[in-house]
Structure formats: C-alpha cells, structure tokens
Design a protein around this ligand. Structure first.
Ligand SMILES: C[S@@+](CC[C@H](N)C(=O)[O-])C[C@H]1O[C@@H](n2cnc3c(N)ncnc32)[C@H](O)[C@@H]1O
Length: 234
C-alpha cells in the first residue's frame, strides 16, 4: 500500500501558531519535505525545526528565485518524483507549508502532480492574511463587505482595476513590487486606508504606514491591507 502525502500548514512564522494537529502528524512522519531558497534555510522548516527528529528523512525543495517559470517547474517535477519514490515504498511524506497549503502555497505544485496517484491529506494552517490582520489590529472585512486578495505580481493596470472597486483588499507578494502598488494606491487616494505589515508574528515583525516604508527594504514576507472606511447604514 502506498504512503499518504500530507500538506502541513505551519502558519505565518511564530511556532506557537502551528496547529496541534500539524504537530501531531509531523511527529509520525518518516519523510519531511519543504520548499527552500536556492541557498540558505527553509522558512517553513525553521518554524518547526525544534520538532524534527534526526530519524526523519528530509527533502529540501530548492526553488530558484527567477521570474521564468520553467526552472521552478523542473524543480517541482523532480521533487514530485523523489516524494513519489517514498510514497511507493509505503512511507508517508509531509510537505511543510508556510501559512496555509492551499492559499498560494507552493504545495499546490506538488498536489497537482501527485494527487491523481496518491492519497492526500491537507492540514490547514493559519494564513499570513489572518496573521497580518491580527498584527495590524485591523479587521479584514465585516458584514457584507467583500475582501479582494491580490498578488502584487499583477500588472499595474490590473491592480488598479481591481482596487478601484475593492472595499477591502489584501495585497501579497510585495517585495520589489511595492513601488508599483504604492503608485496605484496613491492614484486611487487609498494610501491613508493602507497598512503595511512585514514578517507578521515573528520577532522582526514591523507594522508601518505605507508612506513610511522604504521600498528598497520591503521583503517578500510582507503584505498591504486596505479597507475603505465603512459606511454606517444602521
Ligand atoms: C506564496 S504566498 C504564500 C502564502 C501562505 N501560503 C499563507 O497562507 O500565508 C507568500 C506571501 O504571503 C505573504 N506572507 C507570508 N507570510 C507572511 C508574514 N509572516 N508576514 C507578512 N506577509 C506574509 C507575503 O505577501 C508573501 O509574499
């Protein structure tokens, strides 16, 4: 019988925000895989590092930080085959996922390749969306408000179109895209309604007004939350 593939959400970074369920399952896993940069440590692994045992086989999926999709696709192809080898041998494999596995998670790449062939269990994690709102002390949406989630990688025109009609929005994947997002928010006169959150839930967390952020220093792990003032209609 083949093993099961687990997508384990490990939350936004604070080890106390990993679910009890993810930790319970992690303890029993013979094989643990995780995304990592070309060089250097894996963020997802660092969140649960103290819970890993030397007996567990580790697979670092080193995803190149390039804009071209092809190299990353080849990395996921190879990682899926390495994981499939363990699953075929009857060993369960956990893939650690920062935040939630199904919310823009790279786990989806493995899920698409492996779920037709193997049983998969996904354990949800606390997403950065929730962690950023909590850190900022800013509700995401209430009553019949619509929350729009936008990757900052969209074109300037696409961001503007979506934000123009958005009541509340979360803009992810900022990094080098921050100047573009800021230009759009300025044009739409939304800067005053925007909060910048960096590395939510970590000790290095920063919460700033948008005009206080130095775009040269905005890391990948940052997000902008926007919410237009609510019209009170009671
Ligand atoms: C590829 S998406 C993965 C989202 C993740 N699966 C989740 O549920 O949070 C990565 C983006 O999530 C946001 N992000 C993740 N962790 C964050 C954190 N601790 N603080 C702020 N933003 C974070 C950033 O916008 C980052 O560019």
């Amino acid at each position: 019988m083949s093993g099961t593939l687990y997508g384990l959400g490990v939350g936004p970074g604070d080890p106390e925000l990993v679910t009890v369920k993810a930790l319970r399952i992690l303890r029993t896993m013979p094989v643990v895989a995780y995304p990592a940069p070309d060089q250097g440590p894996s963020f997802a692994r660092s969140v649960v590092a103290s819970r890993l045992s030397p007996a567990q086989i580790e697979i670092a999926i080193r995803v190149p930080m390039t804009r071209a999709p092809a190299p990353a696709q080849a990395v996921y192809d190879r990682a899926a085959e390495a994981i499939a080898g363990h699953l075929d041998a009857g060993r369960d494999v956990a893939v650690l996922c920062q935040g939630d596995p199904f919310f823009y998670g790279s786990f989806i790449q493995l899920f698409e390749r492996l779920s037709p062939r193997y049983p998969v269990t996904v354990v949800p994690g606390i997403s950065s969306l929730m962690a950023c709102a909590a850190a900022a002390g800013a509700p995401l949406a209430m009553r019949d408000e619509v929350l729009t989630v936008l990757p900052a990688t969209l074109s300037e025109a696409a961001l503007e179109k979506r934000l123009k009609s958005a009541q509340a929005a979360a803009i992810l994947k900022l990094g080098r895209h921050l100047p573009k997002v800021r230009r759009v928010l300025k044009r739409l006169r939304l800067v005053a309604c925007a909060i910048y959150v960096e590395r939510a839930s970590l000790e290095s967390q920063r919460i700033l007004r948008l005009d206080e952020v130095d775009p040269a220093t905005a890391p990948y792990f940052s997000m902008i939350l926007v919410r237009r003032p609510e019209k009170i209609t009671r």
